[in-house]
Design a protein around this ligand. Sequence first.
Ligand SMILES: Cc1cc2nc3c(=O)[nH]c(=O)nc-3n(C[C@H](O)[C@H](O)[C@H](O)COP(=O)(O)OP(=O)(O)OC[C@H]3O[C@@H](n4cnc5c(N)ncnc54)[C@H](O)[C@@H]3O)c2cc1C
Ligand code: FES
Length: 303
Amino acid sequence: MASLAREALRRQQAFAAADEAALDGLISVRPPAGQPRPEPVWDDAGVLEHTNVGERYRRLLLSTDTIARTALAGQFVMITVPPSGGERILLPRPMAIHRRHPQAGTIEVIYGVTGRGTTALADVAAGDGLLVTGPLGRGFEFPEGARTALLIGRGVGVCAIMGSVEDAAARGIDATVVLSGRTLSDLIGVADCAELGAAVIQVTDDDGSSAIPALGARLRAEFRAGPPEVILVCGAGVLARLAAELGAEWGVPVQVSLEAHMACGLGYCHGCAAPVATEPEVEGPLVCVDGPVFDAVLPAPQR
Ligand SMILES: Cc1cc2nc3c(=O)[nH]c(=O)nc-3n(C[C@H](O)[C@H](O)[C@H](O)COP(=O)(O)OP(=O)(O)OC[C@H]3O[C@@H](n4cnc5c(N)ncnc54)[C@H](O)[C@@H]3O)c2cc1C
Ligand code: FES
């Protein structure tokens, strides 16, 4: 039992260690969007539900009519965390909009408790209010006329792609969704994909199926008869690189959603430059306004 747990931990650490370098040279800012982005609002959102998702995550159902009606797939919100234990938490925390329910005027956010802000957020109760700013950033966009799509999400990165699963269902796009996580009970989005009619491939660290070579082989076999027309990915640099490799092999575009530490989420503080190779004196694109979704393109091989 202990050796199984050690092996699972080793696999998780290997995933994380490989991750940082994987985005080098991969990301480029997307050409101008076809449609204007919605203007963000500052909304005192009501917390309708605050529940557990598996053992690791929490889900907020927020009443925020304008954001629910206007948010585009892959956009995010900044949540101001209320004071906790007499301590103020100054900076809001960025969170993907996991689900949009425009008719009910609600959105869902799923988060993991990782530090000070999310620990305090976990204390919020149904009936409380939360200051939410959004919708923010440039999200995922299906290419005009796309009929099939591969969407890949890992951990809370699944939340960034779920809006596109909603869009695929609404537009009749045939979506295959890879849900990756540490264990089966950790996977986010299984019920959402079932509700939205998307085909799901579940992969986990504990049985090795999420390892990049195994997943790559599985996807090449899955799409042997014909590749998807676009790949959307979020949650790990190594997955973004795998998606870019598949995109290059199949000749299809790849979009990747990134995370960065954010202070404002609005393009003012320049604290969220993307981890991409630029000239040493040149700041990378800002994840909050140029992204979080970027094009992923494999660098040309060195001669
Ligand atoms: C566009 C966007 C969408 C996001 N969507 C979600 C989501 O849907 N669900 C979710 O759980 N999280 C999401 N995040 C990450 C989330 O914002 C951070 O986990 C959160 O801000 C951590 O706050 P904290 O005060 O609890 O942790 P902190 O005390 O600030 O940090 C705790 C640990 O997490 C690391 N960390 C903090 N922020 C980030 C980050 N942005 N990227 C990588 N590491 C970080 C810190 O280095 C530290 O090790 C998103 C981030 C971005 C930029
Ligand atoms: S978070 Fe302030 S510029 Fe991006």
